[in-house]
Write a protein that binds this ligand. Structure first.
Ligand code: G6P
Length: 611
């Protein structure tokens, strides 16, 4: 959460930073701000989205060759101009941006208050900044040294970047627990939370590791650890194109990403699935196959939409591999005292690879001897690095805050893992295995067919946009998809929605049903079909409005439901890859019809790097 950008070099810093902040808005958009070194140190900040900051600065002289910028997702202190970053130190000489949480900030703040410091904001960031200023004053040391001393006292997660009025040719940055990328240009350096603000200018990047400090000048990059020892920067080439982070003619990133799914799923299968020889190649799985196939238990850890992918995988892995699976919310797992044995395999799923709860949950399981397998989208991200092995989802940069293409890519990777392990273990027979490989291969084309329903779903959205609540029901492989459909609707349109196992609704949610309540059934033809037909009847008997995602041509449900969305036939294990797509589109169109900012829903952020 929170996006940071910084620049030092011959270009005008403000336009570089502004454009970068717009690309990082998915990380939070409660307020934004910039600090520039021109004619001294100038700080400009504003509550609201980056466009509001931009508007407030029209006509100002913003000429500068060094600057820092921030887009905030509020943790300490409400969204306001006052709490927006950058913050300025008490003596006015330093400006700082911060992503993360300083957990012991109250203690540090009290120490500083006793020394006479006053605070202009409610943030932990201003406390850390004044703490650095105080150390510099007491020790009469250079800023770099003061930062190092301060960070040794800090408990929590951070990426910080500082501008110093007295040293206008240097930026200082440090990281622990939140992401930080340095772009290495010719005679210039960029800093950002991810590579998207940098890609336009250079493809050479350095990923900063935890407990590292970067001292940047236009033409020099020095990396050190907190013990003041120099580290050789590892310069990598970015494998990403500018077009991948632009809307490409779509109204919103969310719609673009929904429509990318035939390609992202194909990319996910490319080089892994060979239907001529009926093989799956996944280096991370193959190298650890003994560990995986003899796992006593698989524990899946994730948050949000990734957790829903995990829940779907529970059904698939248990069916194919006959290994018991538990699916855990990372935030719960990390704080209880879970029983984990060395024979357990943890599958950690994360789009961003930076979710704080998932990272800590992994560390807890690692301490207890578990083997960690990461299923991650962002290459080189923290979770990818702390896992023992893994498989990337290759969905490309996902910008819409509500996850869509990353979810289907996660499902594909998890299915491939299940199939590979099942085959190696001998828990799936040749016929079923071959059938599933061919079915999987056909999925991208079937997704393309589902996308042809876009207009129909847009009309449906208009019909139901006035709803205040909605119920999403599914059974078996489609139960997690009901949860995901409900989550998408909540996120994007702010309509209260609940996902439930279709049979379980009799134990409570059915009390909500009346002629106003839309009930979305995920009811493709599978081994639960007859049962879900009965559930639909139970809702109809109580006058609920039924919208059903069905296998095209299913006359039984068409005769009962108010509206149906017919999708292509698929093996029940793979049906979620298709049934989720109409639900993504339905939420999208309802959100748009209601005038919501679908790419940046209120209060949310794409990458949750605070617990
Ligand atoms: C946030 C995002 C969700 C995402 C969840 C987990 O809540 O808004 O879209 O599913 O975090 O994120 P991860 O990056 O770990 O998949």
């Amino acid at each position: 959460m929170c996006g940071i950008v910084a620049y030092i070099g011959p270009r005008e810093a403000y336009p570089v930073i502004l454009k970068g902040l717009k690309r990082l808005e998915y990380r939070g958009y409660d307020s934004s701000g910039v600090a520039l070194l021109h004619d001294g140190l100038k700080v400009y900040k504003k509550k609201g989205k980056v466009a509001e900051l931009e508007e407030s600065l029209v006509g100002q002289n913003l000429h500068a060759h060094a600057g820092i910028g921030h887009t905030r997702w509020a943790t300490h202190g409400e969204p306001s101009d006052r709490n927006a970053h950058p913050h300025q130190s008490s003596n006015g000489k330093l400006a700082m941006i911060h992503n993360g949480i300083i957990e012991n900030y109250t203690q540090l703040k009290n120490e500083l208050i006793r020394k006479g410091y006053q605070f202009k904001s409610d943030t932990d960031t201003e406390v850390l900044l004044n703490f650095i200023e105080d150390i510099q004053r007491n020790n009469q040391c250079i800023l770099e040294e003061a930062v190092r001393i301060a960070l040794k006292r800090v408990v929590g997660a951070y990426v910080i970047v500082l501008l110093d009025k007295d040293n206008p040719d240097t930026l200082i940055a440090a990281r622990k627990g939140s992401p930080l990328v340095i772009g290495v240009g010719r005679g210039e350096h960029f800093l950002a939370s991810d590579a998207s603000p940098i890609i336009e200018y250079t493809k050479e990047v350095v990923y900063v590791n935890d407990y590292e400090l970067a001292i940047l000048k236009a033409d020099e990059l020095v990396l050190k650890n907190l013990g003041n020892e120099k580290i050789t920067p590892f310069v990598q080439k970015l494998d990403m194109e500018l077009a991948a982070i632009e809307k490409g003619g779509y109204d919103h990133f969310m719609l673009k990403e929904i429509f990318e799914q035939p390609d992202t799923i194909f990319d996910c299968l490319r080089g892994r699935l060979d239907i001529t020889n009926n093989t799956i190649t996944m280096a991370g799985v193959l190298q650890n196959i003994d560990q995986l196939k003899s796992a006593n238990r698989i524990i899946i850890i994730a948050c949000g939409t990734s957790w829903h992918a995990g829940l779907t995988a529970e059904y698939i892995i248990e069916e194919l591999c006959r290994i018991p699976v538990e699916v855990e919310y990372a935030s719960e797992f990390r704080y209880r005292n879970p029983v984990v044995h060395p024979g357990d395999v943890i599958i950690a799923i994360s789009q961003s690879g930076e979710t704080a709860d998932t990272m800590v949950a992994i560390e807890r399981a690692k301490e207890q001897g578990a083997f960690i397998f990461g299923v991650v989208n962002v290459v080189g991200s923290s979770i990818a690095r702390i896992s023992h092995a893994g498989a990337y989802t290759h969905a490309g940069h996902e910008i819409g805050v509500a996850s869509t293409k990353a979810f289907t890519a996660q499902l594909v990777v998890l299915t491939l893992i299940a199939l590979k392990v099942a085959w190696e273990k001998g828990s799936v027979d040749q016929e079923r295995y071959t059938h599933l490989l061919h079915e999987l291969y056909a999925i991208p084309e079937k997704v393309r067919e589902v996308l042809l329903l876009n207009r129909q779903i847009e009309q449906l959205a208009k019909k139901y946009q006035g709803a205040t609540d909605a119920l999403y029901l599914g059974r078996g492989y489609n139960f997690p998809i009901a949860l995901e459909g409900a989550l998408k609707l909540k996120e994007i349109s702010y309509i209260h929605a609940e996902g439930y196992p279709a049979a379980e609704m009799k134990h409570g949610p059915i009390a909500l049903v009346d002629e106003h309540l839309p009930v979305v059934f995920v009811a493709t033809r599978d081994s639960y079909h007859e049962k879900i037909v009965s559930n639909i009847q139970e809702i109809k008997a109580r006058k609920g409005k039924v919208i059903a995602v069905i296998t095209a041509g299913d006359q039984t449900i068409t005769g009962m439901a108010d509206d149906t969305i017919g999708i292509p036939e698929a093996d029940e294990i793979l049906a979620p890859l298709l049934s989720v797509i109409p639900l993504q589109l339905l939420s999208y169109h309802i959100g748009v019809a209601k005038g919501c900012d679908v790419d940046k829903p209120r209060n949310l952020a794409k990458s949750v790097t605070v617990e």
